[in-house]
Ligand binder design. Structure first.
Ligand code: HEM
Ligand SMILES: *[C@@H]1O[C@H](CO)[C@@H](O)[C@H](O)[C@H]1NC(C)=O
Ligand SMILES: *[C@@H]1O[C@H](CO)[C@@H](O)[C@H](O)[C@H]1NC(C)=O
Ligand SMILES: *[C@@H]1O[C@H](CO)[C@@H](O)[C@H](O)[C@H]1NC(C)=O
Length: 408
């Protein structure tokens, strides 16, 4: 068994540096030369309507790359027997999927069947950074999309409670260094966090102190006022006061003991990471240079096998859909009523889910890009919480069954 898991572990590590897929800069030069401008436009339009979009896309790409490599597994919907990453524990805090789905539609109409969803997400993450005033870079291309997405695997994401050795391990398992860890953590210059992601630091920290002493007292007081013990639904704070602008404020805040997560503060706990954080705090240029280098590294962790047509469905699901659509239409031709046919094909559920998703998205008025606190209606809710993860992030603990199915 031990040998077997060692073998699975090795296989998994190899699959992260997937030898099958090599990326290149000019991958679509002949087959879809305009793909990047199409994606850029889709991202820009969405971001114009909704300032939350850039942060969402950057984080989505990170989550994608950390589970099964950057293979767009984060975009797949749950289906019958399978709960996808999307619906796993950090689910509510990932949003903006529609931006990628729309970009894909535009790209499909220009170059059908050519561009992977994983590449579109990588472009979109870069565009999100550019739109927020950050650097631009050439994204390596040619990722393939995966077929598998499992909610249970979101436990492999680093948690905001992680200490420096846990963070180092989580990154090292993906071939990423301490420098990558410090530079990529700078992604927290954008966006929003729910109370559930840091409430362990401001209530019942441990048996001797209620508040994590590594948080500046005035900042702790602000956080506690936004996030009372029974926290308001969807309440939270901006990641930094300039949360729509890509800058190096994040690093300055860490040194002022105003980092939001233990995992941010943990960057001060080893000499190497502390030096890097200090360099980035004093030079936006050094930060952006390092960020670009590390983004290219992270986004080159590959893992997929195919080019999906719809970013939220793998080919197997699409085939099933087409078959059920044919049978569905046949049902009408047989003279049955809509309700009868819908019932026998579960279509009313499909409709309902789509509506649900739209509703979730549009009701998310949790943002306030000017500054900090957003309180909304009462009632406790844990959202986007992977702080409860007892796992140390060791991907090699991944269930053998899912490996068997997908990797062997
Ligand atoms: C180092 C380990 C990391 C941990 C533990 C971590 C954890 C978190 C948590 C808990 C949130 C708040 C979720 C919520 O409550 O809604 C968050 C948000 C965010 N993270 Fe990270 N993260 C990490 C690395 C990264 C990386 C590498 C990036 C990208 C380069 C990134 C980009 C973001 C962004 C942009 C947001 C804001 C999302 C939004 O506003 O929609 N994070 N992260
Ligand atoms: C999010 O995940 C939790 C826990 O896994 C689950 O109970 C909840 O239904 C999910 N929510 C959504 C919107 O998928
Ligand atoms: C980090 O956390 C792990 C798991 O809780 C623990 O075993 C380890 O000793 C901690 N390391 C440091 C440097 O605090
Ligand atoms: C609680 O946390 C503080 C600060 O990190 C530490 O000094 C103290 O020893 C901790 N107490 C317990 C019981 O772990």
């Amino acid at each position: 068994m031990a040998i077997m898991s060692a073998f699975l572990c090795l296989l998994l590590i190899l699959s992260f540096f997937s030898p099958g897929t090599s990326l290149s800069s000019n991958y679509y030069a002949k087959t879809c030369p305009n793909v990047e401008s199409l994606v850029r436009r889709a991202v820009r339009d969405a971001a114009t309507n909704d300032k939350k979009v850039p942060a969402a896309l950057l984080r989505m790409h990170f989550h994608d790359c950390f589970i099964r490599g950057c293979d767009a597994s984060v975009l797949l919907n749950s289906n019958g027997k399978n709960t996808a990453e999307k619906d796993g524990p950090p689910n509510v805090s990932l949003h903006g999927f529609y931006v990628i789905d729309n970009a894909k539609k535009v790209v499909e109409s220009a170059c059908p069947g050519i561009v992977s969803c994983a590449d579109i997400l990588a472009f979109a993450a870069r565009d999100a950074v550019v739109l927020s005033g950050g650097p631009s870079w050439d994204v390596p291309k040619g990722r393939k999309d995966g077929r598998t997405s499992k909610a249970s695997e979101t436990i492999q994401l680093p948690a905001p409670t992680f200490n420096i050795s846990q963070l180092q391990q989580s990154f090292a398992q993906r071939g990423l260094s301490l420098e990558d860890l410090v530079a990529l953590s700078g992604g927290h210059t954008l966006g929003f966090s729910h109370c559930s992601s840091f409430k362990n630091r401001i209530h019942n920290f441990n048996s001797t102190t209620d508040i994590d002493p590594s948080i500046h007292p005035s900042f702790a007081a602000t956080l506690r006022s936004v996030c009372p013990v029974k926290n308001a639904k969807n309440a939270g704070v901006a990641m930094d006061p300039s949360s729509t602008s890509f800058d190096n404020t994040y690093y300055k805040l860490i040194f002022q003991q105003k980092a939001l997560f233990s995992s941010d503060n943990a960057l001060l706990d080893s000499p190497k990471t502390k030096n890097l954080a200090s360099k980035f705090a004093s030079s936006k240029d050094e930060f952006t240079k390092a960020f670009v280098k590390s983004m290219i590294k992270m986004s080159s962790i590959t893992g997929g096998q195919e080019v999906r047509k719809d970013c939220d469905k793998n080919e197997g699901e699409r085939r099933k859909d087409r078959r059920s659509d044919r049978m569905f239409n046949q049902g009408f031709r047989d003279g049955r009523s809509y309700a009868q046919v819908a019932k026998s094909f579960g279509k009313e559920n499909t409709k309902m889910n789509q509506n649900e998703e739209k509703k979730d998205w549009s009701s998310e008025k949790i943002y306030n890009d000017k500054e900090k606190a957003i309180n909304s209606d009462g009632g406790e809710e844990d959202v986007g919480d992977h702080t409860s993860s007892k796992d140390n992030g060791n991907i090699c603990k991944m269930e053998a069954s899912s490996l068997n199915e997908e990797y062997l």
